[in-house]
Design a protein around this ligand. Structure first.
Ligand code: HPA
Length: 251
């Protein structure tokens, strides 16, 4: 994973199924706070391969904060303050595209934001000027290329495209909602992709999403979505995600 400076740590935000990162040689843990409040969990500093890493569990550790109540601003700001300039967001998602079934890894290239009511900008309050950041390409091209090369290098089956639909949750979608998302051009659906990506962009950080499909989206299979199915897909697919993370840190 490339960095501005050799020493800058890469941030990894772990989601459902990735509250801790085995393989991370832990060198420290920092409880911190930001002008936006406290992040979901202490920042775990460590070494993964040749790269300094700061790991943050998005939903807390143990997993307790639902997607709509994550303090995304505090999470991104805490990573920024720790010197992180490249962030890998690991997200569990539902698969809509026919090639994106359970346990499949996706490195998406676009997002549509369907969330509402979440604080989703740093630019508010008593400002000196109005800022509208460019968000044409929500995921950093170089960071995506690094993950793609890592997935190929480790022979992990994956898709290197996909439009991520960020929904509000915490409930899953109806079948009709998924059909609508599909008509909109969405390939996968999750609850945490936004505002995380835009907040990283507002701070000038490189951001990339590494998604693991943990279920067929509502109405895309002949059964309803169960926790057992989700846990099984995490069990099956998370080793691929970890392998890609490790390989991406190798140079
Ligand atoms: N929908 C929304 N978010 C999700 C899903 C889903 O089907 N699976 C995992 N996160």
């Amino acid at each position: 994973m490339s960095n501005e400076s050799e020493k800058a740590p890469v941030g990894i935000i772990g989601g459902t199924g990735l509250t801790t990162l085995a393989g991370l040689e832990i060198t420290g843990e920092t409880e911190c706070t930001t002008p936006w409040g406290s992040p979901s969990a202490p920042l775990v500093e460590g070494q993964l391969g040749n790269q300094k890493v700061v790991f943050l569990s998005r939903h807390g550790n143990p997993h307790r904060i639902p997607p709509h109540q994550v303090n995304y601003r505090a999470n991104l700001r805490a990573l920024y303050d720790a010197g992180v300039r490249t962030v890998i967001g690991v997200n569990a998602v539902g698969g809509i595209h026919r090639e994106m079934g359970p346990a499949h890894v996706v490195i998406p290239d676009q997002i549509i934001d369907y969330t509402w009511g979440r604080p989703s900008t740093f630019f508010e309050g008593d400002l000196e000027e109005t800022t509208h950041i460019d968000f044409t390409w929500p995921y950093d091209a170089d960071a995506r290329a690094t993950l793609v090369a890592a997935a190929k290098g480790r022979s992990v089956p994956f898709s290197d495209f996909g439009v991520y639909a960020a929904t509000q949750g915490p409930r899953l979608e109806t079948a009709a909602e998924i059909r609508k998302l599909e008509r909109d051009g969405c390939d996968l659906v999750g609850m945490t992709g936004m505002p995380e990506a835009v907040l990283a962009a507002e701070l000038g950080m490189r951001y990339v999403c590494l998604a693991l499909v943990v279920n067929w989206a509502a109405g895309k299979s002949d059964h309803i979505i169960t926790m057992e199915e989700i846990e099984e897909a995490i069990e099956q697919g998370m080793s691929g995600v970890k392998s890609i993370l490790e390989a991406s840190m190798a140079d």
